[in-house]
Design a protein around this ligand. Structure first.
Ligand SMILES: [Zn+2]
Length: 338
């Protein structure tokens, strides 16, 4: 058995607001008088049934983040929890558009600065580096997305390296955001997009061809069109696949084998992540364990290496992560055999 915990991991698809510990969410809600209803009860805090309900839950968690200090606490907790999973480098999503929807008076720059400081202070002793990707949040429309893209460019000094495109994919297709992605690209940012999660393969194709997305969040429904699978494989566009998320939101059919194996077999660059680990009741390590048990050890090792290569880390950091990866594979923990 390989020691999955010891593998140095790169995290590419994780939303900071989706990592908020349930007890922190309840405490912040109490502090700010946010009505939780049945979510006040610990066994119902993160309950949801459909993708629509999940998006509302994500919004509810974000509603309790009001002050830069709240964001700093969440960022600190994220680093501690990620380090405990063996994460060494991460590109984490933040959703400033949702923050200011609830709190128009919030100073986004101050919040991102607080996040940056917390990530660095907590991350340095734990040996984990974290970059940020500002999600454009499709639900607010193209104009708002363009404003977020401009603000993301201005936040580059705080380690914002790219823009993402999450939210309601079924009602807000990629083509609406071509201009926002161009603004980000012209400002020196990378661009990634959720696609093929709540909409079909045409959404994946549009994210690649019209937005120039450099990675696809999930992309699992590409499997419905062999031509789109071939496009992803030929262009080596990495997929950030989150198995538990896909099962719970219905992006992948429950009860069937997850399509990530077929996507991998077709030559796609598959990586594995946890999406909103706290909200989905999972961890990155749980996702790695699930994939290792379902698709085998060689597959999880390949996907873990893919994540290093698919990241936007500088070449020197990638080389260091690969070297650490090799070392972790060569050292067999005492009392265990491979
Ligand atoms: Zn996501």
């Amino acid at each position: 058995m390989i020691d999955l915990l010891a593998l140095p991991k790169v995290q590419l698809h994780c939303h900071l607001e989706g990592t908020v510990r349930a007890e922190t969410f309840r405490a912040l809600a109490r502090k700010y008088g946010v009505e939780l209803g049945e979510r006040a009860s610990p066994d119902r805090t993160y309950a949801f049934e459909t993708f629509g309900e999940f998006l509302l839950l994500f919004a509810k968690v974000t509603e309790t983040l009001r002050e830069p200090a709240d964001f700093a606490q969440v960022a600190r907790d994220y680093v501690v929890d990620a380090a405990a999973q063996g994460v060494r480098y991460a590109e984490v999503f933040i959703s400033p558009s949702v923050w200011t929807f609830f709190h128009p008076e919030l100073d986004v720059r101050a919040a991102v600065e607080a996040i940056r400081e917390a990530l660095d202070d907590a991350g340095r002793p734990l040996g984990i580096e974290v970059a940020l990707i500002a999600d454009l949040t499709r639900n607010f429309g193209a104009e708002r997305a363009e404003a977020v893209a401009r603000s993301a460019v201005a936040l580059r000094p705080y380690g914002v390296i790219g823009v993402g495109l999450g939210g309601d994919e079924a009602r807000f297709p990629p083509e609406l955001y071509a201009r926002a992605f161009a603004i980000a690209r012209d400002g020196g940012l990378y661009g990634v997009a959720h696609a093929g999660e709540a909409a079909g393969p045409q959404s994946v194709r549009a994210a690649v061809e019209l937005l120039g997305a450099q990675r696809i969040g999930h992309g699992v429904r590409a499997i419905e069109d062999p031509a789109v699978v071939a496009l992803l494989a030929e262009r080596r566009i990495p997929l950030e696949v989150c198995p538990t998320s896909n099962r719970l939101t219905g992006a992948a059919p429950a009860g069937a084998i997850h399509p990530l194996g077929a996507l991998d077999a077709a030559g796609c660059v598959v990586t594995i992540d946890a999406d909103d680990p706290a909200l989905f009741g999972t961890t990155l390590l749980d996702e790695y364990r699930f994939v290792a048990a379902t698709f085998g050890q060689d597959a999880i090792l390949r996907f873990a290496r893919n994540a290093i290569d698919a990241s936007f880390a500088a070449p020197a950091l990638k080389a260091r992560l690969h070297a650490e990866f090799d070392r972790s594979r060569n050292s067999v923990p005492a009392g265990r055999s491979r």
